[in-house]
Every structure is written in structure tokens, then in C-alpha cells.
Design a protein around this ligand. Structure first.
Ligand code: AGP
Length: 613
């Protein structure tokens, strides 16, 4: 969480920082701040209200920091210390000459803070971060360079960090480092940049480099030098960046969520591209796992968080149905604390849009340490997960900015279903003819997704009529269950309405007690094989006064008689129904949020990339 940016060189730093922070706000927006080296002093502006208010603050300032060549900026997602100006980054040392920004959590901040206070340091925030800048201050007083002072400090620290530090006494330098929390470096003619994520600096730099754990960087106008935390020089790995600025803009849409919902057919199409050879073989160029390795697998375990957990659940149905391998799905944050049973014959797949979610990274590390074959499904090329895993499958959804995941979800389902076909083929469970037939069914969902997206007005109209409801149950069976979970999650996160996703069969085992007039039940009724069962569940909740919104396939004539409202989606093969049903549920949640006047791109308390446990 949190977004950090820095620039040093022959550019006016302030607009670079503000521009970058606007593009990083999806990582957190509780507060924001910048620090610039201005002559021989440090200039700092912070606000409890995010980037625009920092910009306003500076605009009103007569002696503002213009034409500074070095600066750092931060947009915060609060962990330690409530959102507020005093906890906003950058934090400064006692003499206000050194400024530091941080993404992550310093776990031993209590001990370090007590020692520093004991030596007379005055703290002005309740953050875990501030200890770093005071400890750097001590090392600087001992005569260490800024780089050495940061190195010594980080060697005392436990926890996660991406930091950037400037010191008015050492102008023209930014020192940065990473452990767990992401950091990238960009270089252009005469200027060097760092950021939590590429979009912040994508149009500024011409070449990009990834930073690995425990690497320490010294950035100057002419470039960057890197060492490990022992001081041994290292080279940074170049990063492939295949986005342009257009992908980071709203391009005429009212918000990123709408844009990204509309980009879903392309996300699915691009993800499916080039996976079927002329001879009917399913291929994964980047996968790096031999057929023999895939044949030796006895179990698949999928891990992910939030929406990525839901797509992992969809994959379970597809892999078990097509490849006939036993599949477990785990919430990534639970996996490593349950002493999981995995060995060298287990394929562990981490599913993640960002490839940076700490819980999923940790789960994959745990699996790897136990000998499992580890695959990352990542939307970001060269993400931490992609680099650490034995193999990677990239989803091709393009840059996703809205905190609520949409197009990445559909792309993950598409990629995982192709993987299920690959496993089925290599293990000889399905014939090549059947695999090709199923692959073509998958590619034909691109048009079905486009059709579902085009039905936005009909979904909006239904959602508007029940916009005042407070309690929602989403019910589904088979892949309709993870679809229900995803529908409920979308509604919760962007409209702040209480919603629960349930397997429809569980209804009678408790939740039915909550059904009464005023409760909305959204029933996923698109799987023909389970249609009868869902109709019974609808009857049960209707009998207790619920209002029912059914998501049903075109041509389903029985549904109108039992549901109060029917959202129509194109008929789709059963295992692929989440690809169209989820589109309708995204649009439903979007309209509920719109009716409440909420900012869909920036839901309260959330951040796009969760890099803290
Ligand atoms: C989805 O709408 C959420 N914002 C969230 O649950 C997300 O899916 C989760 O944090 C996992 O992120 P990842 O895919 O980047 O790992």
C-alpha cells in the first residue's frame, strides 16, 4: 500500500511528484505529502486530504519550491497512526534537514523508538516510519554519507519497506531501498526516478529497472548505483514496460471502473491469444514447466486474496472437471499458517493481479520452501511473484487502476481455464479434439463478454430500483458460488452495503434466518444443470419476503415467473458463466455506488495493492 515517488535531475521536481502521486493514489489516499531540496534547505508540504490538497497548499504558497531538482512524494494508506497531517509522509529528523517516505511496516519500531526517545529524539507522529529518519539522523551526525547512514539503519530494522530519503546537506541525491514493498527505478536523459509502480513515471523515464529485496540505491541525475545491504555492488534488472500513457488515463470514461469494465472483452481476448498451436497443443510460452513435470503433479493448490481468491475458486471447478486432478483453494493469508500439506508433486498456483500482494507472495514462498512447484498468475510483467515463481502465466488485462478489480478478474478466469485445458491435455484426460473444442468455446466468450458489457443500461435500471436496500445475499451453485462471492465483494467494496455471497445449498443451514422483507437476494441462475435447484432456492427466499434479482441466461423462460427482477446475460457454457455473470454483477455494484454518490475508483479504507499483512 502507499505510493512513493522520487526524482532527481534536470527537471522541475514538483510537477513530476504531483503528477506521479495522482497516478499512485490508487495505492492509498488517506493523506499525501512532498519534500523538496530547495537551495540548502528542505521544503515540505503535507495534507490530510490527499494529493490535490497538497497541490492547492503549494499553489497558495508565495515562496513555494519552484525549480527544485530533487524531491520525494508519498500518498498514504494508514497502518500505524490514524490518517491526518501529522502522520502524513514525508517524515523529518529533529533538525528538519532529512526527509523520508516509506511504504511498508517497520515491525521493531517500538524498540527502536524507545531507544531514540531515550537519546533525546522528539517524535511528531504516531507512525512506525518515523524511527527510520531519526536513526539516519544519528548516523549522519557520526559523519556517514546518506547512503551509508541508510544502510546502517536498515540493517537494524525488521519488517517491510520501500523507502526514499533526501538530505539538504547532501543535495542532488536520493537514497532508496526495498524489502518486500515494491519499488521501480526509471532513467531518462539527465534525470533519475523511483516509484512504487511504473505508471507514476511511465511517461518520464525511457528505461526501467526493478529493485529486489534488500537492495540499496543511490540516485543521482546521471543515474543510479545499487548495492545489497552489505555494500556489495549489484546490477539492477531491466524491466519490460508495455503500457503507454493512454492506458493510465480515463480516455473519456467517467471513471476508471467504467473504463476497465468496458475493456473486458479485450482483456479476455488478449489473455487467450497465442495459447493454441496449429496442431491443437495448448502452450504457455512463459511457463517454463515441462510436460513431464506437469504429468508428475498429484495435486493442485491455488492461493489468492479477494477477487483473485474467487477466480482461483472458479479454476478449481475447471481443473477438476477437465484435468481430473484434486484441487485445493486457499485464501493466501491462511495458507502458510496452517502447516499446509504440499510436496514436490504439488503444483501451487498464486493468483494475483498485481503480483505484489504480500500474503500471496508469502504463501508461494512457503510452498516453495516445502518443495512444491510454484506458478504465479500475474497481470504485471516481472512482478515480484513472477520473478520468484518457478513459472509464470501472464494475464493480459493491461494496467488496472480502479481499486475494485474488474478486467483482471475476467482475464484470470480465462488464463486459469486455459491452464486447466493444458493440464487435461498433457495428462491425457481429454483428447486434443475436445481440448480444441473447449478452447474455441473460451475464445467465443470474448463476444459474450462484449454483449454482457453492452447491457449496462438494463442492469443500471434494475439496480436503481432497489438502491435503498441495506442487506444483500448473493447465491450461486458450482461456479456460481465464487461468482456470488465476487458479486458480494464488489458491492461491499464500492457501495459500502452489507452483502454476503453464499453457496445456495447452504441457505437452509443458517442464513435463511436473516431473510425478511427488504432483503435483496441476487440469485445466479445461468447454469442449466443446476437451474432447478436455484429455482427452489429462489422460492424459499421469496416465501420469506425477500426481493429476488436473478441473473439468468437469454432464453430462460421460467425465471420471469419467480424473480422480481431479471438481469439477462448471453447463454454461456457452464464453466465459463462467471465470465459473463461477473460483468453484470460489476455493473450492478457500480450503479449501487453511483446511487449513493460514492467515488467508485477510491473506496474508503482500501488500496489497490496490499503489500502489508
Ligand atoms: C478486488 O476488487 C479487490 N480490490 C481485492 O480483493 C483484490 O482482488 C485483492 O487485494 C488481491 O489483489 P491481487 O490480485 O493484486 O493480489
Amino acid at each position: 500500500m502507499c505510493g512513493i515517488i522520487g526524482v532527481v535531475g534536470a527537471v522541475d521536481a514538483l510537477p513530476v511528484l504531483l503528477d506521479g502521486l495522482r497516478r499512485l493514489e490508487y495505492r492509498g489516499y488517506d493523506s499525501a505529502g512532498v519534500a523538496l531540496l530547495h537551495g540548502d534547505s528542505l521544503w515540505r508540504a503535507r495534507s490530510a486530504d490527499g494529493v490535490e490538497s497538497v497541490a492547492d497548499l503549494i499553489a497558495k504558497c508565495d515562496d513555494g519550491p519552484h525549480d527544485c531538482a530533487t524531491g520525494i512524494g508519498h500518498t498514504r494508506w494508514a497502518t500505524h497512526g490514524a490518517p491526518g497531517e501529522h502522520n502524513a509522509h514525508p517524515h523529518v529528523d529533529c533538525a528538519s534537514g532529512i526527509a523520508l517516505i516509506h511504504n511498508g511496516i517497520i515491525e521493531n519500531h517500538h524498540e527502536l523508538g524507545d531507544e531514540l526517545r531515550g537519546r533525546g529524539h522528539v517524535f511528531t507522529s504516531a507512525t512506525d516510519t518515523e524511527v527510520l529518519v531519526h536513526r539516519i539522523e544519528e548516523f549522519r551526525r557520526e559523519g556517514l554519507t546518506l547512503t551509508e547512514a541508510v544502510r546502517q539503519t536498515l540493517n537494524e530494522v525488521t519488517g517491510a519497506f520501500a523507502i526514499a530519503v533526501v538530505d539538504a546537506a547532501e543535495p542532488g541525491v536520493i537514497v532508496a531501498a526495498r524489502r518486500v514493498s515494491p519499488l521501480v527505478v526509471g532513467i531518462s536523459e539527465g534525470a533519475t526516478y523511483l516509484a512504487s509502480d511504473i505508471p507514476a513515471i511511465m511517461d518520464k523515464a525511457t528505461s526501467f529497472f526493478s529493485v529486489d529485496d534488500d537492495q540499496l540505491l543511490t540516485l543521482r541525475a546521471e543515474g543510479v548505483t545499487a548495492t545489497d545491504l552489505d555494500g556489495t555492488p549489484i546490477s539492477l534488472a531491466p524491466l519490460v514496460v508495455d503500457w503507454d500513457l493512454e492506458t493510465a488515463q480515463k480516455s473519456g470514461y467517467p471513471d476508471y471502473m467504467t473504463k476497465e469494465i468496458h475493456e473486458q472483452p479485450e482483456a479476455v481476448r488478449a489473455t487467450l491469444l497465442d495459447h493454441l498451436d496449429k496442431d491443437g497443443t495448448i502452450t504457455f510460452d512463459e511457463m517454463r514447466l515441462s510436460d513431464d513435470a506437469l504429468r508428475a503433479i498429484t495435486k493442485v493448490t491455488l492461493v489468492g486474496c479477494g477477487s483473485s481468491y474467487h477466480t482461483a475458486m472458479v479454476a478449481k471447478y475447471a481443473i477438476e472437471a477437465w484435468a481430473r486432478i484434486s484441487v485445493e483453494v486457499d485464501i493466501a493469508s491462511e495458507f502458510r499458517y496452517r502447516n499446509p500439506v504440499v510436496d514436490e508433486t504439488t503444483l501451487v498456483i498464486g493468483v494475483s493481479q498485481s503480483g505484489e500482494t504480500i500474503d500471496t507472495i508469502s504463501a508461494l514462498r512457503e510452498a516453495k520452501s516445502r518443495g512444491a512447484i510454484v506458478v504465479a498468475v500475474s497481470n504485471i510483467v516481472d512482478s515480484s511473484m513472477a520473478r520468484e515463481a518457478d513459472a509464470v502465466i501472464y494475464t493480459r488485462a493491461g494496467l488496472e487502476i480502479c481499486v475494485a478489480s474488474t478486467k483482471a478478474v475476467l482475464a484470470q478466469i480465462a488464463a486459469l481455464e486455459v491452464l486447466a485445458l493444458r493440464l487435461a491435455q498433457v495428462r491425457g484426460v481429454l483428447s486434443t479434439e475436445r481440448v480444441v473444442e473447449l478452447f474455441h468455446q473460451l475464445t467465443s466468450t470474448v463476444d459474450l463478454v462484449a454483449e454482457a458489457v453492452s447491457r449496462e443500461a438494463a442492469v443500471t435500471q434494475i439496480a436503481s430500483q432497489i438502491a435503498n436496500a441495506h442487506t444483500f445475499f448473493f447465491l450461486g451453485r458450482h461456479v456460481g458460488f465464487p461468482t456470488a462471492l465476487e458479486g458480494a465483494l464488489k458491492l461491499k467494496e464500492i457501495s459500502y452495503v452489507h452483502a454476503e455471497g453464499y453457496p445456495a445449498g447452504e441457505l437452509k443451514h443458517g442464513p435463511l434466518a436473516l431473510i425478511e422483507p427488504g432483503v435483496i437476494v441476487v440469485a445466479l441462475a445461468t447454469d442449466p444443470a443446476l437451474h432447478e435447484k436455484i429455482l427452489s432456492n429462489i422460492a424459499e427466499v421469496k416465501a420469506r419476503g425477500a426481493t429476488v434479482v436473478a441473473v439468468a441466461a437469454d432464453g430462460d423462460e421460467r425465471i420471469d415467473a419467480v424473480a422480481d427482477y431479471v438481469i439477462r446475460v448471453p447463454a454461456t457454457p457452464a464453466l465459463m458463466t462467471p465470465l459473463v455473470d461477473i460483468v453484470a454483477l460489476q455493473q450492478f455494484a457500480y450503479q449501487m455506488a453511483q446511487s449513493r454518490g460514492l467515488n467508485v475508483d477510491r473506496p474508503r479504507n482500501l488500496a489497490k495493492t496490499v503489500t502489508v499483512e
